[in-house]
Write a protein that binds this ligand. Structure first.
Ligand SMILES: *[C@@H]1O[C@H](CO)[C@@H](O)[C@H](O)[C@H]1NC(C)=O
Ligand SMILES: *[C@@H]1O[C@H](CO)[C@@H](O)[C@H](O)[C@H]1NC(C)=O
Ligand SMILES: *[C@@H]1O[C@H](CO)[C@@H](O)[C@H](O)[C@H]1NC(C)=O
Ligand SMILES: *[C@@H]1O[C@H](CO)[C@@H](O)[C@H](O)[C@H]1NC(C)=O
Length: 430
């Protein structure tokens, strides 16, 4: 399909109801404990890396002091294993007293004082995946009220130890219960991941009405194989998944593992680029205290973030899967712009891929691409002109592609974006 025609269709197909809490009009960004810190509760022997209030305070400090917050990474999210093994005398969830001696409300205050938001984790079942108290149907209202009283801003509701019937009742009930608290709480549903992620079991219209984001598929692990498995599943099912996303309602392919142990620098750029194309929530799960500068450079790439956060909120797609092992991804953006990712699945050497914008079905005209990771504007490019990109094995070349006629406007938009991030230290985008 013609990208411009596709954009128009997509915009219309997105004009469906979204959870009416006004939150997450662009994909949420922040930090989430799970992939990197799992259920490490051994604070006696591993105090720096255990699930405790200190870990979340440390990450909040880093988000503020290392420039993440200004780029949009504002959520500090607790995952499993935060709670005590027992509810309190009133039947409410309570944090582990040894690891969270100040309580969650105080941690929320700490996070809010720094201009950040706090996320927490629950599980619609008898137990969480880690074996902590679950939120059975009779506890939904209590737990929603408890989270709201603590000042929590987001809830990830997992689905271990529950069955299909409980999930069908529970996920919508929690949505109502969160709304009834009167506090704006972003709602992440793991429901579709427990239903196989696809219709007819999953009803994406319903999900969009009750959740702000949802995990469609299995957990990410710290490996390139895991990233590829996720990208393949999302791309193979894009005809179903892509129309489900839009402002306030996002598919969630899971956390960014950039800065951990499993990805090379090229693979890290690939994850960042593909998550931006997929309009994915950007939750880093890494150790911000010891992050390498190369990982930080990728995660803080302003144009990649701007593409992810594009206000049109249309998820991108894989356009082409070449026999050479090159795949081309495309995402329509606001103001007639778009993003392209040339991704190589090869394992030999940098591959010179030749194409033209016309072959990628762009409208006839002149464009002014910008290379996102080289941070370099390219020259004017006619739709009919062949060009070559050199793509590293398991790497990407990512372009931001505004029409040349609009590049001045885009540049202004870029500068606005930059001045917000750089506090007046203007860098010209185009
Ligand atoms: C371009 O459009 C044609 C006709 O709709 C279609 O067959 C082709 O697959 C499209 N190409 C790409 C790269 O999307
Ligand atoms: C689902 O779980 C609930 C709560 O544990 C239980 O009462 C119900 O019988 C289960 N339903 C099925 C179909 O297994
Ligand atoms: C609750 O839902 C109503 C309408 O569905 C919406 O207007 C309101 O903002 C919501 N409130 C919260 C706290 O989510
Ligand atoms: C899916 O959910 C929507 C909105 O809640 C509802 O109108 C529709 O009937 C559901 N579709 C199916 C197949 O259950």
């Amino acid at each position: 399909m013609h990208p411009v025609v596709a954009t128009v269709l997509l915009v219309f197909s997105c004009a469906v109801l979204a959870l009416d809490n006004g939150l997450m009009r662009t994909p949420p960004m922040g930090w989430l404990a799970w992939e990197r810190f799992r259920c490490n509760i051994d604070c006696d022997n591993d105090p720096k890396n255990c699930i405790s209030q200190d870990l979340f305070r440390d990450m909040a400090d880093r988000l503020v002091e290392d420039g993440w917050r200004e780029l949009g990474y504002v959520y500090v999210n607790i995952d499993d294993c935060w709670s005590s093994m027992q509810r309190d005398a009133q039947g409410r969830l309570q944090p582990d007293p040894k690891r969270f001696p100040g309580g969650i409300a105080k941690l929320a205050q700490y996070v809010h004082d720094r201009g950040l938001k706090l996320g927490i984790y629950g599980d619609l079942g008898t137990h969480t995946c880690g074996g902590y108290p679950g939120t059975t149907l009779d506890k939904i209202e209590t737990d929603a009220r408890t989270f709201a009283e603590w000042g929590v801003d987001m809830l990830k509701l997992d689905g271990c130890y529950s069955n299909a019937t409980t999930q069908e009742l529970g996920y919508p009930l929690m949505s109502k219960a969160l709304n009834a608290t009167g506090r704006m709480i972003g709602y992440s549903c793991s429901w579709p991941a427990y239903q196989g992620g696809l219709p007819p079991t999953v009803n994406y219209s319903q999900l969009g009405e009750i959740c702000n984001l949802w995990r469609n598929y299995g957990d990410i692990q710290d490996s390139w194989t895991s990233v590829l498995r996720i990208v393949d599943w999302f791309s193979d099912n894009q005809d179903i998944l892509q129309p489900a996303a839009g402002p306030g309602r996002w598919n969630d392919p899971d956390m960014l593992i950039i800065g951990d142990y499993g990805l090379s620098m090229d693979q890290s750029q690939s994850q960042m680029a593909l998550w931006a194309i997929m309009a994915a929530p950007l939750f880093m799960s890494n150790d911000l205290r010891t992050l390498s500068s190369s990982a930080r450079f990728i995660l803080q790439n302003k144009v990649a973030i701007a593409i992810n956060q594009d206000p049109l909120g249309v998820q991108g797609r894989r356009l082409l899967k070449e026999k050479s092992g090159v795949e081309v991804f495309w995402r329509p953006l606001s103001e007639g712009a778009s993003a392209l990712v040339f991704f190589s699945r090869r394992t030999d050497m940098p591959f010179r891929y030749q194409t033209s914008l016309r072959k990628l079905n762009y409208t006839a005209g002149t464009y002014k691409p910008y290379d996102v990771f080289m941070e370099k504007p390219l020259g004017l490019l006619k739709d009919s002109t062949d060009f070559v990109v050199s793509i590293n094995p398991s790497g990407v070349v990512m372009w931001f592609v505004p029409p040349a006629a609009q590049w001045q406007k885009q540049a202004e938009r870029g500068r606005m974006f930059y001045s917000r991030s750089d506090q007046g230290n203007t860098r010209v985008l185009l």
